[in-house]
Design a protein around this ligand. Structure first.
Ligand code: ZN
Length: 553
């Protein structure tokens, strides 16, 4: 089983490598074995839950073909990360040293010799990760690139293109499209996508796959991105180059990734009902009517799916629970964007990372009232709540936007708002009879328990910073207590009023674009108090994320 996985993951690359006849030793030093074992343990292995029995035979077959295509995405991403990755993988896979198995395991998770969950610390060959990954020559500086573009304005567009790599030839820089740099891989993927298109009975998927197959050979993804927005069958498939985070030099170049998912029909139906309340939710916001935003189009659909397989960029390190694509602004303008939530990934994280946390920090009575459903509902309502409240605003009689006015404080305030409104709207939907009182209670307890999960990764990042505001604000308002055993418990009747109060503060800051107030709120509440630190200290041994074991298909 393991062998097969290795072959699928690195098979094509290895063939190429042998062809090049490399016998040179790639690995010159290694981090202590203990470190590698400990880091691997921080990602808890978990079998992803998914029911494929309802899926028509044709779509199951389509998934199988797409899984082969996605395995080539794994190889492509591995090469994109580092020019020597294939050679290192080869050496680890064929090593006679039993210890190397552990290094190889972590290498496969991280897609290279740098630990993505420990600030890219190297665990093989003690060298820093190239900032430009394998998108640029390793010895190229930022300056050299900028100078070249300045001196060759006609090449600027090609050099900054999302889908080109920069190489050096006779000491001169040149740009190549992905399909020119990696023709073998993209042709294999192209052929498999065509095969999948001819297998599926879903006409929207067929359209997307055909257009996407062509895109792999041209590196023009516009038409296929447009087609992706229209998918409406059983499968939700993403395959191609998307995010630019791997390019830390310029954030120009997109990394290959794939999500193969099945739509969760039951959850989608619930979602449809919730979104029919969007206007009422806006009306119900705890701010004066003049601040409410009824102009915002609700053009961003949300889909709930279960993941069958993922590959490349998204599989490396920490797992994605939700994504919002495409990134192409032209598509966003024409059709908006689509938010996809991965329910079985969320469930796996809930079991392996969330439950162990609440077991340590919540009082026994509180523990009785938590549930995955309540936790997931809050996550959904968080996403929906990003679409509520002020967007375009007027300040000093000028048209402007919340994000422009709040500047660097915006991400923290916006994430905090989405969390707070997420729980505020559970109450609203309960009043509407959509949830029962018992569920509302579960939502409050689950929300309280979940706070520590975000804060433990630090308050520098917007989500963690936003949750610290909530924790300290709710504490100050008596919405929860710390009992004599040092465990957290809710003061149920104080919860909703405190949430409403915080929602009012956040929305007013946004509606008035008040940068100074935003800064003050963050300074006052977004901090790790000694009390909070004590809780964080208890979580050292809890896995920080999961390592998915994909279902057999
Ligand atoms: Zn958010």
């Amino acid at each position: 089983m393991k062998k097969l996985y290795v072959m699928l993951l690195f098979g094509v690359g290895l063939t190429l490598f042998f062809f090049c006849g490399g016998n040179k030793k790639m690995i010159t030093s290694k981090a202590p074995l203990e470190y590698v074992k400990n880091e691997t343990k921080k990602l808890a292995p978990v079998e992803l839950k998914i029911d494929l029995t309802q899926l028509p035979e044709s779509e199951l077959k389509t998934l199988q073909i797409l899984k082969q295509a996605a395995s080539y995405i794994d190889s492509l991403f591995l090469i994109q990360v580092y020019s020597k990755n294939m050679a290192i993988a080869n050496e680890l896979a064929n090593s006679n040293n039993p210890e190397d198995k552990y290094y190889y395991d972590l290498f496969k998770i991280m897609f290279g010799p740098w630990n993505r969950i420990d600030s890219d610390k190297p665990f093989i060959n003690n060298i820093p990760k190239p900032e430009g990954a394998n998108f640029y020559p390793e010895d190229m500086t930022k300056e050299e690139f900028l100078n070249f573009v300045k001196q060759n304005p006609d090449k600027k567009e090609l050099f900054e293109n999302t889908f080109t790599v920069i190489r050096r030839e006779n000491r001169k820089l040149k740009a190549l499209y992905y399909h020119e740099e990696w023709p073998n891989y993209v042709h294999k993927i192209h052929d498999l996508l065509i095969q999948a298109a001819n297998t599926t009975k879903d006409s929207t998927l067929k359209d997307y796959l055909l257009k996407r197959a062509k895109a792999f050979l041209t590196d023009d993804y516009f038409e296929s991105d447009m087609a992706w927005m229209d998918l409406n069958g059983d499968l939700e498939i993403v395959i191609g180059p998307y995010e630019v985070y791997e390019d830390k030099l310029f954030s120009y170049k997109a990394a290959y990734e794939a999500f193969l998912c099945v739509v969760d029909k039951e959850e989608s139906k619930k979602l449809e009902k919730i979104t029919s309340y969007l206007k009422d939710m806006e009306k119900n916001l705890p701010i004066p009517d003049k601040y409410k935003n009824f102009e915002r189009g609700f053009s961003s659909p949300i889909k709930v799916v279960n993941e069958v397989f993922s590959a490349g960029d998204t599989k490396a390190g920490v797992q994605t629970t939700a994504f919002n694509l495409p990134n192409d602004e032209r598509v966003r303008k024409a059709k908006g964007s689509k938010k996809v939530m991965l329910k079985n990934i969320a469930e796996a994280k809930f079991e392996k990372c969330w439950i162990p946390i609440v077991n340590k920090i919540l009082a026994p009575e509180a523990l009785k009232n938590i549930s995955f459903e309540a936790y997931f509902t809050h996550t959904l309502l968080h996403e929906i709540s990003h679409g509520l409240g002020p967007g375009f605003i007027k300040k000093d009689n000028k048209e402007t936007t919340v994000s422009k006015e709040l500047k660097e404080t915006y991400p923290t305030i916006e994430e905090c708002k989405a969390d707070v409104l997420g729980i505020y709207n559970v109450h609203f939907l309960t009043e509407k009879g959509f949830y029962d009182k018992e569920f509302e209670k579960e939502a409050y307890y689950s929300y309280l328990g979940g706070m520590l999960r975000s804060i433990r990764f630090g308050i520098g990042e917007a989500h963690g910073g936003g949750v610290a505001i909530q924790f300290n604000f709710l504490r100050e308002n008596g919405a929860f207590i710390i009992d004599k055993n040092g465990k957290l418990n809710l003061v149920l009747d104080k919860m909703y009023p405190s949430i409403k109060k915080l929602a009012n503060i956040l929305l007013t800051i946004q509606a008035t674009g008040d940068y100074e107030k935003a800064k003050k709120l963050i300074e006052k509440y977004s901090k790790i108090t000694p009390e909070l630190q004590k809780f964080i200290d208890q979580l050292k041994d809890v896995p920080i994320d999961i390592k998915p074991i994909f279902p057999k298909i």
